[in-house]
Design a protein around this ligand. Structure first.
Ligand SMILES: [Ca+2]
Length: 194
């Protein structure tokens, strides 16, 4: 009988309780789960070039800001198939031996229009060869160049510090070429052909 009364009286109380309780904020509700951290991008220090070989807008912006707009990305080379020269606007590889990708980008000086290469290193530093900066036999205007690619360093390349596997092979087809490589302090010219 007592149980019956309790049950009989309990129902309205529970309803009231439910109504009164509704506006109460639920204390310590389970917090929304933390979003999964985005996976680290695969070691790409620089925005990938577009499929057609043109640098991405982000990479072009990095070239502009590295030297306060002095140099502009200028893709003046075209592929030469019979020399197997793809001649992309951007070569991405480790050119200073720190194990991280750097980006070498064809540029021209915005005022003098002299041609050259800006190298954006993975440590945030930037260098320019040509484009007004005399670099060995390459001079200060690389307009003569019609082929470039990443090539292995020959043993004759002297390096102070971690040895990069690759340098920039810059060539006038069927004529002269040089390898520009990081010697531990700067990008320097190593003559390859006449
Ligand atoms: Ca590097």
């Amino acid at each position: 009988m007592l149980l019956f009364l309790l049950l009989g009286c309990g129902a309205p109380d529970q309803e009231l309780g439910a109504i009164e309780a509704a506006p109460e904020p639920v204390p310590a509700a389970a917090p929304a789960p933390e979003p999964e951290p985005a996976p680290e991008p695969a070691a790409a220090a620089f925005p990938a070039p577009a499929i057609d070989g043109a640098p991405s807008p982000e990479l072009s912006a990095q070239v502009s800001t590295a030297f306060e707009n002095r140099y502009a990305v200028t893709c003046w080379l075209t592929p030469i198939h019979h020399f197997n020269a793809e001649n992309p606007c951007v070569l991405e590889d480790d050119f200073d031996g720190d194990g991280k990708a750097d980006a070498a980008v064809l540029v021209a000086d915005s005022s003098t229009k002299k041609h050259g290469v800006v190298i954006l290193r993975s440590n945030g530093e930037a260098s320019v060869i040509g484009a007004g900066h005399a670099t060995g036999n390459g001079g200060d205007d690389f307009k003569w160049m019609d082929i470039w690619r990443a090539n292995p360093l020959p043993e004759s390349a002297k390096v102070d510090g971690p040895r990069p596997a690759l340098g920039l092979h810059l060539e006038k087809s069927e004529s002269a070429s040089g390898l520009v490589y990081w010697n531990g302090e700067a990008f320097v010219w190593l003559q390859q052909g006449d």
